[in-house]
Write a protein that binds this ligand. Structure first.
Ligand SMILES: Nc1ncnc2c1ncn2[C@@H]1O[C@H](COP(=O)(O)OP(=O)(O)O)[C@@H](O)[C@H]1O
Ligand code: SF4
Ligand SMILES: [Mg+2]
Length: 336
């Protein structure tokens, strides 16, 4: 179980045109991912998904808030003491090619973390070889044919499987898959998604899926929770199917209306949701973070920030002052 409370992260960026500026990547995010469970973070590029994933995997620091892994608060530990906790959480990156060392065979890639473990636990050399073959089989690769190969001799899908196999060498409790299929050939994507789902079922690892595509989020964890993130704030959170069937935040509605796979699920509503305009740089920090793009904003929206909460008898949490149920109208496939 991993919990986060009020996680804040601000980056200082130095731009040539605008000079130094602060980017609020995360603005007090709460999350909770149970053992063996699934969660998905969705939102547009730049909303803070990778930052949150990296913080959860212990690869990035945070400015405020708390992360607790199996009940242990990370802020109470020294960096070295945190390592064994964060090791339970392994990140699968977007680009399997850059994640693998091109000069190492699959055997060498798996051997390094396994021999470390063998040294720590007093296991033999033959255990290393057995375990290497085992993790490859778990990810659907034939050890005999891939162990001696280099990354460039593998397809993108096979490479991503090797990355997942390497993550499994440490017996993780959670995999953080950050846009894990976006750089893989479309024909191979479903295979990787099916693998992640299968690992959840067979090994009981929880999967945190980071994506801009709600259809993949639904595939991985239809029993899990969906977190919709907008400019560093979770603006809607609840069961995946609840949100897909009945999104209440105007941003979620716009996001879902652009997804062709939902076409046919929706009934046309009274308020057609307009497609989102691109984000511009000059975004207001006052009031609702979505106000500048929201077709339903009222007076209150530009002066007050709505917080994520359960309200209006709705099953999911949301951060909107006027969470009307506006049925989502999907755009026809040809427009997407
Ligand atoms: N290392 C960094 N230094 C400065 N700014 C960063 C860094 N990492 C991310 N950011 C900024 O934080 C925001 C969130 O980025 P990110 O978490 O990568 O979003 P996403 O994964 O949703 O696309 C963006 O505005 C991005 O430019
Ligand atoms: S609070 Fe107001 S501006 Fe923000 S999403 Fe809701 S209606 Fe739109
Ligand atoms: Mg990202």
């Amino acid at each position: 179980m991993i919990n986060g409370t009020g996680v804040v992260k601000t980056y200082k960026q130095r731009g040539k045109v605008l000079g130094a500026r602060e980017v609020r990547a995360l603005r007090g995010v709460d999350f909770s991912i149970p053992k063996g469970g699934a969660a998905s973070f969705i939102g547009e590029s730049g909303c803070g998904k990778t930052t949150l994933g990296r913080i959860i995997a212990g690869l990035e620091t945070y400015d405020e808030g708390e992360i607790a892994i199996d009940g242990v608060a990370m802020s109470s530990l020294k960096p070295k003491q945190r390592q064994p906790h964060f090791r339970k959480i392994q990140m699968i990156h977007q680009d399997p090619y850059s994640a693998l060392n091109p000069t190492r065979t699959v055997h060498q890639t798996l051997h390094a973390p396994l021999s470390l473990r063998a040294g720590q636990t007093g296991r033999s050399k033959s255990w290393i070889e057995e375990r290497a073959a085992e993790v490859l089989s778990l990810v659907g690769l034939d050890p005999g044919s891939v162990l001696a190969r280099y990354p460039h001799q593998l397809s993108g899908g096979m490479r991503q499987r090797v990355v997942i196999a390497r993550a499994l060498t440490v017996d993780p409790e959670m995999l953080v898959a950050d846009e894990a299929v976006s750089m893989i050939d479309v024909s191979l994507r479903l295979g990787i998604l099916a693998l992640l789902k299968d690992l959840r079922e067979r090994l009981g690892v929880s999967v945190l899926f980071i994506t801009h595509d709600v259809a993949t989020a639904r595939y991985i964890g239809d029993d899990g929770e969906l977190y919709v993130i907008y400019r560093g704030q979770v603006i809607e959170r609840g069961a995946v199917d609840t949100i897909i069937a009945d999104p209440v935040h105007p941003y979620t509605q716009s996001l879902l209306s652009a997804i062709p796979v939902l076409h046919g699920l929706e009934q046309p509503g009274e308020h057609p949701v307009t497609p989102l305009e691109p984000l511009d740089q000059d975004q207001s920090e006052e009031g609702c973070l979505f106000a500048g793009r929201c077709p339903f904003r009222g007076e209150r929206c530009t002066s007050e920030r709505p917080l994520l909460q359960v309200a209006d008898g709705l099953p999911q949490e949301h951060a909107c002052f006027y969470p009307e149920r506006r049925s989502v109208i999907a755009r026809p496939m040809s427009e997407v």
